[in-house]
Write a protein that binds this ligand. Structure first.
Ligand code: J2J
Length: 543
């Protein structure tokens, strides 16, 4: 069904009624949030990128025209539209235009390739995809056209052409998607607003249905906690489709507060520092490897004036304590650790927490209504202060993935708690330290790799009889991936380069290509039988 209602697992009615009564779910929509800010601050700068600066009035006019153009293309309310754009102003216009017509953005990443996009298009039954023709030398229009040929619902490719060029044949030029303003369909705040992606642990991508009510609460609460105001200039440094720069407090926080969104085309210190200087950026979010690059660059000395930076957030993967202590002094900003997930729960260290807490913990849940449990393998609570698996539920944590009963059975308890897959410890002050991870999800500097997904692709290689993908420790990324391989023909084992090229040709994002490949004669004995991948991964990780 590419149109019609978007089903999802709702919160129990009693909880939903509480959230509404307490105003936690405010009953507004993304489009109304934008319209309110436009009405309040039409001349304030809304969006700055490498070559554009738009006021809120400019942004609103573009959103209006684009929204009308999308309707004219036949895109209807409740249909899904994939967005695979780099960090540029059109990203913001596109997302808000989709909100304006009550269509659902599907937040793809520029690094996604054919395997991911095809699976996402099929799972979401998307009717259109928005891309920029070339980005970092890659032809996204060709990729989108290929995906569109493979997925019947996906009939329209909208393309931002390269500078000075036309959009390629078979695509609709982004600039032509414009129409006269009209009555737009109103969205229902309690319905799904978009589909976010899970950094999951399974072979197929999991789509995360987020409602206006729940997500806007997380954005507004993040704003309060992070001190976001109309003076905030939030820079999206990570790919903006990620949940972190989207919402914690991210670009949506900036719009809700009437502040400014800055978008840097590259996270590298030289480019990003220049953007900080130009847009007087006050806040941004980084993953630990990037925080290290920036810290080292600033420690060596930069010619750019980055003194406007007030808050630097680090999240997505565990930030080493040693690095955490250096970030604030080097960048001249307050560090905030963020431990969040696209499924919901976001924890922050508070801006006025003592350094000891900020530098060594990943903070505490942002809402007093977030509930967490730390449990053992039988879902029994562990003693206070000891390590265990983190479960959570609350006003902005989903109760189920989109159209995925298998994943739901695995990732949620019978009474609706989300199994985060993280191993944590909670100190007496309620601050969480992330100690480990779900065995099958590798965290490569904030980019999540599903061992199962990569294994499935590798098993298609004719020279591979069996394979187990595990995390290996890495000083820079925290973790890297290693594929332990059994050769189909022991006299002719596959070469690392061949395997990496094979995975790339299968259409997987670059961050999922195994960093290391090791051919083994046999997998280690685990003592629990050959079928336990979990034990096998443990034994191979230990090597
Ligand atoms: C250790 N592990 C962390 C941290 C996330 C804000 C910030 C990050 C994300 C994100 C997000 C971590 N230390 N500080 O959505 O809104 C790991 C955990 C978690 C998984 C979620 C946000 N911060 N992690 O990273 O959906 O394992 O969201 O369960 O991509 O990242 O990944 P993702």
């Amino acid at each position: 069904q590419s149109s019609g209602p978007v089903e999802f697992t709702r919160w129990p009615e009693a909880d939903a009624a509480d959230y509404r009564r307490e105003g936690v779910w405010a009953g507004t929509t993304f489009d109304r949030v934008l319209r309110d800010t436009v009405a309040r601050r039409p001349d304030a700068v809304a969006v700055v990128d490498a070559d554009t600066s738009w006021t809120y009035a400019d942004l609103d006019a573009r959103v209006d025209a684009l929204a009308a153009g999308l309707l004219d293309l036949g895109i209807e309310a409740r249909q899904r539209v994939m967005i695979q754009l780099p960090n540029r102003a059109e990203y913001v216009a596109t997302v808000f235009a989709l909100f304006r017509i009550d269509a659902l953005p599907v937040f793809c990443l520029p690094a996604h390739r054919a395997a991911e996009l095809t699976a996402l298009a099929a799972a979401s039954e998307a009717v259109a995809i928005v891309v920029a023709h070339h980005h970092e030398g890659f032809d996204h229009a060709a990729l989108a056209t290929e995906v569109s040929a493979a997925v019947p619902t996906l009939r329209t490719v909208i393309c931002i052409p390269d500078a000075g060029a036309d959009a390629p044949a078979g695509t609709v030029a982004f600039g032509d998607v414009r129409g006269d303003t009209r009555e737009f369909p109103a969205a229902d705040p309690s319905e799904v607003a978009f589909l976010q992606l899970s950094g999951g642990s399974t072979g197929v991508p999991k789509l995360i249905p987020r409602t206006h009510d729940d997500y806007l609460y997380s954005v507004v609460r993040s704003n309060e906690l992070c001190g976001v105001t109309e003076d905030t200039v939030y820079m999206a440094t990570l790919p903006v489709s990620h949940n972190f720069p989207m919402s914690s407090p991210g670009i949506l926080g900036a719009v809700a507060a009437g502040g400014t969104i800055a978008l840097t085309p590259s996270p590298a210190p030289t480019t990003a520092f220049a953007m900080i200087e130009r847009a007087r950026v006050t806040m941004t979010g980084l993953v630990p490897p990037l925080a290290r690059l920036w810290t080292e660059a600033a420690e060596r000395g930069t010619t750019h004036d980055i003194s406007s930076l007030a808050t630097v957030q680090v999240g997505g993967a565990r930030c080493p304590d040693e690095l955490a202590a250096r970030i604030g002094p080097a960048l001249g900003a307050r560090l905030q650790q963020v431990f969040g997930m696209a499924e919901g729960l976001v924890c922050y260290t508070r801006l006025d927490d003592p350094d000891e807490i900020v530098n060594t913990t990943q903070g505490r849940p942002m809402s007093p209504l977030d509930e967490i449990r730390v449990v053992d393998e039988n879902d029994a609570d562990v003693p206070a202060g000891t390590e265990g698996a983190l479960l959570t539920h609350g006003p902005y944590t989903i109760r189920g993935y989109y159209n995925n009963a298998d994943a739901n059975a695995r990732s949620f308890t019978a009474d609706g708690w989300y199994r985060t897959g993280d191993v944590v410890r909670v100190d007496p002050g309620g601050n969480i330290t992330v100690c480990g991870r779900a065995v099958d999800r590798i965290n490569r500097g904030g980019e999540k790799v599903s061992a199962e997904e990569v294994e499935e692709h590798l098993l298609a290689h004719p020279s591979i009889r069996d394979v187990v993908v595990v995390a290996i420790a890495d000083e820079y990324l925290g973790e890297r991936t290693c594929a332990f391989v059994l050769a189909a023909d022991e006299d002719n084992p596959p070469k690392t380069g061949q395997i990496r090229a094979f995975v790339r040709e299968r259409g997987l994002a670059a961050w999922k290509i195994p960093d290391k490949v090791q051919v083994l004669d046999a997998f280690p004995e685990t003592g629990v039988g050959k079928t336990s991948r979990k034990e096998l991964r443990k034994a191979l990780t230990a090597r």
